[in-house]
Design a protein around this ligand. Structure first.
Ligand SMILES: N[C@@H](CCC[C@H](N)C(=O)O)C(=O)O
Length: 268
């Protein structure tokens, strides 16, 4: 007896975005065109050889009261915690779809976010309040929507971000992991940052929740007195401003460029 197995394939539209070199596949999922339960499919779409290639994939979905809902997956295919650069790109995409104009409000996994869009292509995203920063010998740990380890280094360009980041992510943070940021103060309120991202399991060119964690950690440990700092990543510059509270920070805004790179259709 012969038996046939039919695998139904279809094409869906997608957009490719980047925010300071942190790159994402974005899908308009308001009509539920995307099967959210296929970790393997998402991993394959993000694969730089077998798919489109990206650090993560995001879905824009409907929301009852706000402009939209953000759903974020890391390149390994797993849904993860907040992505700051992704959030900025998704706001830009919402403007492209005509859902928002110069401001937006949306819900992500860590709560409600507000954003402003500027004519120069930059997006400012309000990040979740931070209620605690833990200072250890040689590093700070905090959660800016995603968990971050912040470590000072004398020479960030010569730091082996992948092997040191991978080692710290696995030995200090176990299965759940954390993102590992290496920072070198440049004087004034400028800091150079490189990040090893969990879920990508590699260095990315920039990480929005990461530079936010770095800015707060640098202020918390008196590396700067300013309430606004500039973060220089391999993918470009970001700004973070914030207001200190007892033990934490509020009114935290992440600002930088968000760019649509191309759009296409993919077989899934
Ligand atoms: N690149 C992101 C962070 C994405 C989530 C992270 N990989 C995690 O799983 O914690 C950003 O811009 O914040």
């Amino acid at each position: 007896m012969t038996c046939c197995i039919f695998v139904l394939m279809k094409t869906i539209p997608f957009y490719k975005y980047q925010g300071t070199g942190n790159d994402f596949i974005i899908i308009d999922n308001r009509q539920h065109i995307f099967d959210k339960n296929s970790t393997h499919k998402i991993e394959k779409l993000c694969d730089r050889k077998f798919g489109i290639g990206a650090d993560g994939l995001m879905l824009l979905e409907n929301h009852d009261q706000l402009d939209f809902t953000m759903v974020y997956y890391n390149a390994d295919g797993n849904e993860s915690t907040m992505c700051g650069n992704g959030g900025r790109c998704l706001v830009h995409f919402a403007q492209h779809l005509g859902i928002v104009q110069d401001k937006a409000s949306f819900e992500a996994i860590d709560g409600i976010h507000h954003a402003h869009l500027y004519a120069n292509g930059e997006v400012s995203l309000q990040m979740s309040n931070v209620s605690s920063l833990q200072v250890f010998d040689g590093h700070v740990f905090t959660n800016t929507g995603s968990p971050h380890h912040v470590q000072l280094t004398d020479n960030v360009e010569h730091t082996d971000v992948v092997s040191q980041g991978r080692h710290l992510r696995n030995t200090l943070y176990g299965k759940e992991g954390a993102n590992i940021n290496f920072v070198e103060p440049q004087g004034g309120n400028l800091f150079k940052v490189r990040t090893y991202e969990r879920g990508v399991e590699d260095e990315t060119l920039s990480c929005g929740t990461g530079v936010t964690a770095v800015a707060l950690a640098m202020h918390h440990t008196q590396q700067t007195d300013d309430h606004q700092v500039q973060l220089r990543t391999p993918g470009g510059d970001l700004k973070v401003k914030y207001q200190p509270t007892p033990g934490g920070y509020k009114d935290i805004w992440l600002t930088g460029a968000a760019t649509q790179v191309f759009k296409g259709e993919v077989l899934i």
